[in-house]
Every structure is written in C-alpha cells, then in structure tokens.
Design a protein around this ligand. Sequence first.
Ligand code: NAP
Length: 248
Amino acid sequence: MSLQHEKGVALVTGAGRGIGKAIALRLAGCGYHVVCVSQSAGSCGAAAEEINQNGGSAEALAVDVSDATAVREACESILGKHEVVDVLVNNAGITRDGLLLRMSEDDWDQVMATNLSSCFYWVKGLSRPMTRKRHGRIINISSVVGLMGNAGQVNYAAAKAGMLGFTKSLAREFAGRSVTANVVAPGFIDTDMTSSLTDEVRGKISAQIPLKRLGKADDIAAMVEFLASEEANYITGQVFTVDGGMVM
Ligand code: NAP
C-alpha cells in the first residue's frame, strides 16, 4: 500500500463489508485517501483502521445513505475538510425480497431510498467541486438484476435499473467537465448479501453461470480501480457487467 495520497480523495459507501470494503482497500492501495462510509460506525471504522494499519490513509464516517439530510451534512463536512472528492463510489445497497403481491410499501421505499435515492444525494453533495476541478470519477454499483429482472426483487431490480438511467444522464451532464460516470453491474458475488443462500441454491446459481462459480468482492473492486484510473478517462456512461458471463 502506498504511503502517499497523491491520487486524491475517494469516498466509498457501504465500505464496511463485502464489495465496498474490497473497493476501499484497492483504492487505498492505489494511493487515494479513502473516506469509508457505512451505516454502523463499527464496520466503517474497522475498514478504515485496516487501511491505516496497512500503510494507507482512510477515515470512517457512519451515515445512513437513505437519509437526504444526513448525506448533505456529511458532504458539507467532508468538503470542509478535503475540498474535493475525486472518486465517488456509490456501493451501499440492501435487499428486501418478496413477490410483488406480498411486498410492503416499506420494503419498496427502503430499497429505493438506500440503493437509488442515495446516489442522487451523494452526487448532488459532492459533484460541484469535481466539476470545478474538471476531473472526477463517479462509479455506481448496480447489479445484473437491474439488466435482467428477477422474480422476488421488483424493488431491487427497479432501483438497480434506475441507477443506469441516472448514471447515463449524469455522464451527459458532466462530460463537458471531464467528470465521468459509469456503472459496474456485479453478478452473484460471495458476500454477506449472498451468505444466506443455501448450498442447494448456490449450486443452482453456479450451474447457470458460464464460469460456474460465484465471484469475489475483489473481482468488482478490480473493475472499479480501472474505472477510477487515468487509463479510463475516455469511458463514460457505460455499464460493465462483472458476472462470470451471466449476461452476454
Ligand atoms: P453487503 O455485504 O450486504 O454490505 C452492504 C454495505 O452497505 C454494508 O457496509 C452496509 O453498512 C452498507 N449499507 C447498507 N445500508 C446502508 C445505509 N442505509 N447507509 C449506509 N450504509 C449502508 O453488500 P455487498 O454484497 O457487498 O453489496 C454491495 C453492493 O453491490 C450493493 O449495492 C449490492 O446491491 C451490489 N451487488 C451485490 C451483489 C452480490 O451478489 N453480493 C450482486 C450484485 C450487486 P454496515 O456495514 O454498517 O451494515
């Protein structure tokens, strides 16, 4: 891990566990100072501590990303300290699965607020200095479910599909300022989110994946690292599936 933070500041939501933590560790390894956001102070605190103990630079911030006021205040505080966030990764997400006829309005609202509205809140709060600097990366973590749909996940699929339209519109709005916006759409990744799947279900899922296995959190982080890099400066408004070949 680099001791310098020559690359600037990155903020990763949902950095306490799973994919977000893998992204935070990778970006720290590239030399970014990483603001690790999660719901509980314990998980983002532990992620930031791991980065700092390994020679990187990070800080933790417990914020409920579904709360517009809390995100606005967090953005003001971060910009007061760092002036600009160069890389924003909207990764925090939840599932509240159920067939449509049994899904409560609360399950719908919670998933939309946490997975989709949160992206709007963070981009609104952090993008002005990026556009002024004429450099920035916005990377939104959607899902193949947003592309394919999935029975039992109308709320999650709608939120994840919404992220695509959101990101493509952002890409058009910010292109003149050299701020790029892209989506990474993971397939089935081995994290807490998928840990409740039984071995039987995992077996069935793996059988449908051309690469015949679930992915690792770091497989997603590697794509995010590339999209955050200078090498990706001519890529915007795109959706990258990292899914073992599920969507072709
Ligand atoms: P995870 O292991 O369940 O971790 C979710 C992270 O999001 C946690 O750090 C959690 O905070 C944070 N979070 C949840 N609600 C939040 C809120 N209201 N405010 C702030 N932080 C919140 O999830 P994951 O599997 O790594 O998934 C990460 C992203 O990838 C999600 O957007 C998910 O939809 C997407 N994805 C995952 C898969 C998969 O197979 N795993 C597939 C496709 C897409 P705490 O640590 O404080 O609880």
